[in-house]
Design a protein around this ligand. Sequence first.
Ligand code: SF4
Length: 411
Amino acid sequence: MKELLQEIARQEAISEEILGAAFQRGEVAVFKASPQGKAIAVGTGLRVKVNANIGTSGDLHDEDRELRKLEAAVKAGTDAVMDLSTGGDLRSVRRKIVSGSSVPVGSVPIYEAIVNSVRRKGGAEKMEPDEMLDAIRLHGEDGISFVTVHCGVTLSALKHIERNPRVCGIVSRGGSFLARWMRRNGKENPLYERYDEVLEICRQYGMVISLGDGLRPGAIADSLDAAQLEELMTLGDLYRRARASGVQAVIEGPGHVPLDQIAPQMLLQKRLCDNAPFYVLGPLVTDVAPGLDHITSAIGGAIAAWHGADFLCYVTPTEHLGLPDVEDVRMGVLAARVAGHAADLVRRRGDAWKWDTEMSRARKARDWKEQFRLALDPDLAREIRSRTCYGEEHETCTMCGDLCAYKADSE
Ligand code: SF4
């Protein structure tokens, strides 16, 4: 691990001492590399990272399409991907994604246990607890770097939702099927009860456990309710148990959150979970923008990362509408990267400030080649310039033409 931390310290332009200390405190988690790739780290003092979810569904299971989505996510600059496949040959697509990825790959093993139980026994509620753990082991064997496990969905937390019904109930796929299993079988969550075995599997395969927020809010009106808070407190305890047993852990977070609740929720997580790395989905700051949810989540993601979130799970324009395709994945990653970079600026990362200053200098000089080289997505900037303008050689652009302020100010 020492060499890996040295390499990451170089990547992150941070001192080995500061990184090493944050790692020892559990405030930084290192995601092991996939066979072709490099490891990354998320947490205190590091650049905000972005994850892109890909994977088949029961209705759309084309492995080549998923590999094109993987390629698009990596080209757009994602730091990690998660294979959330639930359709077709799950092991085959997972192995292809892991072997074809240059970034760490995560997964949600409970999905495979659910799909197998539905296919073989006719219902997810017929899953055996051993099958839930076997799925985690299988993903470890296939080279997965981090696994989402919904250990915080407990009978006690579910009672809050029964007492105070939500607008959208439980929206996490893993959380909703686990809750149904618990209700139908009248039993506690096996991933909570047999947590030590879950940790042992993660240790065996060197996987980071991503403590899933199965009770995250899926509607602005459901944000910050008792069920979400109880789960967060449980995840804090489970995080401490993971650390005590030498397993790296990150905490997953919301969801649909109104603007004025984002900073408080980041503070709550950092307080209740000992500054553990925080991996948030979005958050989405409104429910009313289907087709634009890469934007609603980028707004929330920027504020969340400003206030402590370390790892942003992207949201694509197809969220709430359908399975994303290649271009949706690209737009989702780019939007999340804008959010992460905007936060890096206010988290006082020198390299972030240097990047923005270099871009503004190139813009002032109307050096289009340099602007494209520095752009978060050079192809997108070049494509729009050529669509709206003359060639790269032309000094100004069609926005102002000869009334270019930069030109006027420098003459
Ligand atoms: S023409 Fe206007 S928009 Fe274009 S570079 Fe100059 S100031 Fe900027």
